[in-house]
Design a protein around this ligand. Structure first.
Ligand SMILES: Nc1ncnc2c1ncn2[C@@H]1O[C@H](COP(=O)(O)OP(=O)(O)OP(=O)(O)O)[C@@H](O)[C@H]1O
Ligand SMILES: [Mg+2]
Length: 271
């Protein structure tokens, strides 16, 4: 269930939380909200974002050229690092050094390189469940996700012998088996060849729609964004330049952006 066309947002100034007004009547705040973020590394400000929210069920794409700050922003939203200044809220509660581990247990991250461990595909997919002590039903859950990503037949194969596409399917299954509240993806399809990528994108879109997983996707390729995202944020120079639906961004925003701040458009954003 993708919510992009069915919700409106408004600011609730009193609680500081944005509220979603859903056509069907339910309303709920963002899963993640970050405010007044500043990240400074080696004396250089590499990220400056006043306000960003991730809403339940959406697939939010963060696009922008190399060095825009996309991975930095993902790292902060996924609570893998604290910002130099500002705060991150998970379901309305500020993330602190005390509660960060429990917050991280609600999230899963997949990077461009699958980072599989030595062992079989099955062992890799089961890994997160074991680490989080989720033993009940583990084997059935692993079976389900091996099946959904079409890698059941590879279950006993050693991870280091997999092709790039198979390895990335394994990494995605390992993340989704955790049924995370938020899934973070940092260019997970970037090193795949075009055919493999198109096949996986199509299947993955179906998986996200069926599971309704709230997702943050970092990409500099607009074809991925078109295939998956319900909302897009354009980042450049560490700042948010624009926000909208994939159509709004590709039709209204990207053509007006300076060449230097445009995401990679090889995915044919202009028809
Ligand atoms: N530890 C660090 N020290 C100094 N500069 C850093 C550090 N980490 C990141 N940067 C700089 O911050 C900027 C943003 O980096 P980031 O990795 O977030 O960009 P990105 O948008 O993900 O780029 P790419 O598309 O190449 O992955 C870059 O200019 C990078 O050189
Ligand atoms: Mg990056």
């Amino acid at each position: 269930m993708l919510l992009n066309k069915t919700w409106r947002r408004r600011d609730n100034l009193e609680s500081g939380a944005e509220i979603i007004e859903h056509k069907q009547g339910f309303s709920s705040g963002p899963v993640i909200r970050a405010k007044d973020l500043v990240v400074i590394k080696q004396g250089k400000t590499i990220l400056k974002v006043e306000d960003i929210s991730v809403f339940p069920g959406e697939v939010l794409a963060i696009v922008g050229p190399n060095g825009a700050g996309k991975s930095t922003l993902l790292t902060i939203l996924a609570c893998l690092e604290f910002p130099t200044k500002g705060a991150v809220f998970f379901r309305g509660h500020q993330v602190t050094r005390k509660n960060v581990l429990s917050v991280r247990r609600e999230m899963a991250v997949v990077f461009q390189e699958p980072l599989l461990l030595d062992g079989t595909v099955r062992e890799n997919v089961r890994l997160g469940l074991s680490l989080r002590g989720l033993k009940d039903d583990a084997e059935r859950r692993v079976d389900t996700w091996l099946e959904r990503f079409g890698i059941t037949h590879l279950s006993g194969q050693m991870a280091h012998t997999l092709s790039g596409g198979e390895a990335q399917r394994t990494a995605l299954a390992r993340a989704l088996v955790l049924e995370p509240k938020v899934l973070f993806l940092d260019e997970p399809f970037a090193s795949l060849d075009l055919m493999t990528k198109h096949g996986l994108l199509k299947e993955f879109r179906g998986i996200l729609e069926d599971s309704g997983t709230t997702t943050v996707l970092v990409s500099h390729d607009f074809s991925e964004v078109r295939a998956l995202a319900t909302r897009v944020i354009v980042l450049s120079g560490g700042k948010i330049q624009a926000e909208g639906t994939p159509d709004e961004i590709s039709v209204d925003v990207l053509p007006k952006l300076k060449e230097s701040v445009r995401p990679n458009l090889t995915g044919g954003w202009k028809n």
